[in-house]
Design a protein around this ligand. Structure first.
Ligand code: XUL
Ligand code: CO
Length: 439
């Protein structure tokens, strides 16, 4: 007996199919631009939203039953979640999962050694249960934001004692990630920020965060972790101001502290929009700096100012995201659905509808992004827009850094005034987008 016996195996049936438990666009074996869809889109299940969160919010109790037949707070429950998670991933053909330490096991309130022993036990259990399957860990992380000890941050805390617990949790989470074959290790600085500068030594806090990351890299490499360390930028929530505000800020921080060789970005769509950027913008900033690592796939609500973590349905947005990713040559990480069902969508069936929606939305985005590339008009317009940096002597000099300010000023004096730059043709490009999307 499984947990989801009423749900059939979900397979690709094509866009005309009306079966709610079928993929309309995600066809894992279909080849797009020379690569199978399942290789373009390594999807991952987020342990926390799918197996732990029951819809509880600050205004009310949970609406969904995630007990899986066991008493919450026990190792039986932790194991039942493993069983349910594996059954869920198998039904959808999902190959990866992501976890925080405390998603896997209940944290012992008195003794971290007890929690660590539980993590050893559950990781053994996961390995045993995933043996012979294609299911692996995409990335792991330590939850350094839930426990009250982290109220002033983890790496950014004012307490060296708490800092030790952050280090201990990272050490253990790294060990478990390596044991489970994880491709990445994520830092999301939920409480690494401040509420008021009146009580905050920002320089000390940022230096301490960097030291913690450096220690994590050193330890991770010493136990054989070959994957990427990842920062997941977010501007706010829960802290008023988080240090990893956006990709550009996080990349600057990594470079300042010499961490840029070991770290990449884990870009979350909803975090991008909270920072006042598009998902596409954050992917571009990461890619152009050689730091595109992984994606937390979800969608925000533009009418709400917080992290709603909705399953993505906006195909226009996933198309533009996949366009960035294809142009960057793919992604070394994967697509973790850091997405949750709406509180009133509280059944097991809704869990499947959420993932089918999200996977199909990214698959359709991939298909459409490849069509934009094959169509070629947008790429050509982009190349043409900057062409005079190649076709004119002065343009070439600017590009290869041989021009001087005096020389350029001399050119300006000769010209007297420049010709007006050519039109950006935004509306035409948007029209081409619509033709590709709906033509
Ligand atoms: C919170 C968030 C986290 C990270 C992992 O906004 O996105 O779930 O993905 O800690
Ligand atoms: Co996330």
């Amino acid at each position: 007996m499984g947990f989801f016996d009423s749900i059939p195996q979900v397979t690709y049936q094509g866009p005309k199919c009306k079966d709610p438990y079928a993929f309309k666009y995600y066809d894992p074996e279909r080849v797009i631009l020379g690569k199978k869809m399942k290789e373009h889109l390594p999807f991952a299940m987020a342990w926390w939203h799918n197996l732990c969160a029951n819809g509880r919010d600050m205004f009310g109790e949970g609406t969904a039953d995630k007990t899986f037949g066991a008493a919450p707070g026990t190792m039986e429950h932790a194991k039942a979640k493993v069983d349910a998670g594996i059954e869920f991933m198998k039904k959808l053909g999902i190959g990866y999962y992501c976890f925080h330490d405390v998603d896997l096991v209940p944290e012992d309130p008195e003794d971290i050694n007890v929690t660590n022993a539980r993590l050893d036990e559950i990781s053994d259990y996961i390995l045993e249960k995933t043996k012979g399957t294609n299911i692996k860990c995409l990335w792991g992380t330590a939850n350094m934001f839930n426990n009250p000890r982290f109220m002033n941050g983890a790496g950014s805390t004012n307490s060296p004692e708490v800092y030790c617990f952050a280090a201990a949790q990272i050490k253990k989470a790294l060990e478990i990630t390596v044991k489970l074959g994880g491709r990445g290790y994520v830092f999301w600085g939920g409480r690494e920020g401040y509420e008021t500068l009146l009580n905050t030594d920002m320089k000390l806090e940022q230096e301490n965060i960097a030291s913690l990351m450096r220690m994590a890299v050193d330890y991770g490499r010493s136990i054989g972790f070959k994957g990427d360390f990842l920062i997941e930028p977010k501007p706010k929530e829960p802290m008023k101001h988080q240090y990893d505000f956006d990709a550009a800020t996080a990349i600057g921080f990594l470079r300042q502290y010499g961490l840029d060789k070991d770290f990449k970005m884990n870009i979350e769509a909803n975090h991008a929009t909270l920072a006042g950027h598009t998902f596409q913008h954050e992917l571009r900033v990461s890619a152009m700096n050689g730091m595109l690592g992984s994606v937390d796939a979800n969608q925000g609500d533009m009418l709400l100012g917080w992290d709603t973590d909705e399953f993505p349905f906006n195909v226009y947005e996933t198309t533009l995201a996949m366009y960035e990713i294809l142009k960057a040559g793919g992604i070394p990480g994967g697509f973790n659905f850091d997405s949750k069902n709406r509180r009133p969508s509280n059944t097991f069936e809704d869990m499947f509808h959420g993932y089918i929606l999200g996977m199909d939305t990214f698959a359709l985005g991939l298909i459409k992004a490849a069509e934009i590339i094959e169509d070629g008009r947008i790429e050509k317009a982009l190349r043409d827009r900057y062409a005079s940096y190649e076709t004119t002597e002065i343009g070439r000099k600017i590009r290869n850094h041989t021009a001087t300010l005096e020389e350029l000023a001399g050119c300006a004096a000769q010209m007297k005034k420049p010709a007006c730059p050519e039109s950006g043709r935004q509306e035409l490009l948007e029209q081409i987008m619509n033709e590709v999307m709906f033509g």
